[in-house]
Design a protein around this ligand. Structure first.
Ligand code: XMP
Length: 505
């Protein structure tokens, strides 16, 4: 394991991802973790992340000196490098010219830069190394930074002022290969087959012969988690899939076809459409809709859970970013159930099975593909727990549901046919609830406006509207108006987030 110590940098997760991409398992721990916790991890090396502090600031995050006595190589990145220089007896000074963004660098010959040529790297610093610790030497420089990297080969301590994890490209990646393999002596056993094998063995050990319950949402995280648990303990796993009547066209059938018919899993489809829709009747306010759906979901899940006697474990599709963001090792914190609400409070589980706790989203997808889950499920776009309810403005009626469902199916079909489904982060239609005048045949119509929302993004925090070609928009609009009764006009949402959000409610 390579442990990445988080000093509050923006790119800490990227560092761990780069190490894993180099084929070595990486974990993130907080800078103030206890050195003892690292002892069981088969530790091969430490990487100190960047961070917003200046080493001389009174409340600067400090490195516990015991981490330097663990007898493994240490690499500091940006602030991480400055901490090392400072703690080993050097000095940090304010850079005469701060460097931000792509910067040309010259490397000296050193194993850390093995087979690397001078290139442009990503800088982001105001401070820099002044005097180096006694046994350290500078091994890279830029026009304004004489020590853009240092090495103390005797102590096996290294630092780079730049961010090799940021301009994520082949040349940069070599630093991670060199550090892991040449300096730390890692063997590179992080691949999907050994990972799956290890996870399945762990689940078997944890669960034993007990029963496990899982609420499947059809989303990629819960799917991969459920398939792993099924591979580990077979029919000790009981899955519940709630159809709240707000799913997309064919969704329930696709989920059942795969899990039940194809994999032979114990999965129960609970048809709760009536229940949800009657609770939602006449409700207009978006947060109110979410609340009703969240609560009802828990009720339904509770009822179903009680029907399977003596379940001791609950499967959760928690992934690494959730764990990191909620604070390290918080296994007791239960993520709200696929964001729909909370979890049943009157059923107690002995434990949670969270096989994906250490994986990033792209790793979950790679694992899903390795496990043979259809690409369609693995690469499916995010779909909100409250489903189509928040894509219908105003009160939900069967007519409006039908319009949003049918137009959404056309949109998805056309995007897939055009080969754009992996290029667009999320795409769907919105039933605006607005009626406008139109003319069809020889008659006047007064029907609904449907909006197309399609966005590109990396993380859903900020998005741009996707530039769908006009031809394709035209085709979609024609089909929607011709094939979906009640839809007489189609508009395209060209707003970014912020200031808008992805969903309309
Ligand atoms: P917004 O609309 O906030 O959406 O830009 C960001 C991402 O979150 C999804 N989303 C939700 N997911 N429950 C969910 O499980 C919700 O209530 C919810 N609201 C938004 C949205 O689809 C997008 O991917």
């Amino acid at each position: 394991t390579i442990v990445v110590m988080d000093f509050g940098g923006q790119y800490t997760q990227l560092i761990a991802r780069c190490v894993r991409e180099a084929g070595v398992y990486a974990e993130i721990v907080s800078y103030n973790a206890s050195p003892d916790t690292l002892k069981e991890k088969n530790l091969k090396g430490l990487i100190l992340s960047g961070g917003p502090d200046s080493v001389y600031a009174p409340d600067a995050k400090k490195l516990n000196p015991q981490f330097l006595d663990l007898d493994v190589p240490v690499l500091g990145i940006c602030y991480g490098m400055q901490i090392l220089v400072n703690d080993l007896g050097g000095t940090i000074i304010e850079a005469p010219v701060p460097e931000f963004g792509p910067t040309d660098i010259h490397f000296q010959s050193h194993p850390l830069f093995d087979s690397m040529k001078d290139m442009s790297i990503w800088m982001n610093h105001r401070d820099m190394a002044g005097r180096l610790p006694e046994s350290a030497i500078s091994i890279a420089f830029t026009n304004h930074c004489p020590t853009a990297a240092f090495a103390d080969d005797k102590r096996k301590v290294y630092g780079v002022q730049f961010h090799p994890e940021v301009m994520h490209q082949e040349e940069n990646m070599k630093i991670f290969y060199n550090f892991c393999y040449r300096i730390c002596g890692c063997t590179g056993d992080w691949d999907m087959s050994s990972l799956a094998e290890r996870m399945i063995a762990e689940i078997k050990k944890q669960v034993g012969d007990k029963k496990v319950l899982c609420a499947l949402s059809g989303g990629v995280d819960s799917s991969v988690a459920a398939v792993l648990v099924h591979k580990a303990v077979g029919n000790q796993l009981y899955c519940v899939f709630v159809d709240h009547g707000l799913l997309r066209e064919n969704e329930a059938k696709e989920v059942m076809d795969y899990y039940h018919a194809k994999l032979g899993m114990n999965i129960k489809l609970v048809d709760a459409q009536e229940r949800f829709l009657s609770k939602l009747a006449g409700v207009v306010e978006p947060e109110q809709k979410r609340k009703i759906i969240g609560e009802e979901f828990i009720r339904v899940f509770e009822e179903e859970a009680l029907k399977v006697n003596d379940t001791e474990f609950l499967v959760q599709g928690t992934i690494y970013p959730d764990v990191v963001e909620s604070g390290q090792g918080n296994s007791a914190v239960i993520k709200s159930h696929h964001n729909v609400g909370g979890l049943p409070s009157n059923i107690s589980f002995k434990g949670l099975v969270e096989p994906l706790r250490t994986l990033f989203k792209d790793e979950v997808r790679a694992l899903g593909e390795y496990l043979g889950i259809p690409k369609k499920l693995v690469w499916r776009q995010p779909f909100p727990g409250p489903g189509l309810a928040i894509r219908i403005m105003g009160a939900i009626t069967p007519e409006k549901l039908e319009i949003v469902r049918k137009t959404d199916a056309i949109l998805r079909e056309e995007v897939a046919t055009a080969g754009l489904d992996r290029k667009i982060w999320q795409y769907f239609t919105v039933m605006t609830g607005v009626q406008t005048v139109g003319v069809m045949g020889d008659g006047r119509t007064y029907d609904y406006v449907v909006a197309i929302r399609a966005v590109t993004s990396d993380d859903a925090m900020t998005v741009e509207f996707a530039e769908i070609p006009y031809d394709l928009l035209r085709k979609m609009s024609r089909r929607m108006v011709n094939e979906v009764p009640g839809c007489s006009r189609v508009v395209y949402d060209v707003t970014s987030k912020p200031p808008a959000t992805i969903e309309w409610e």
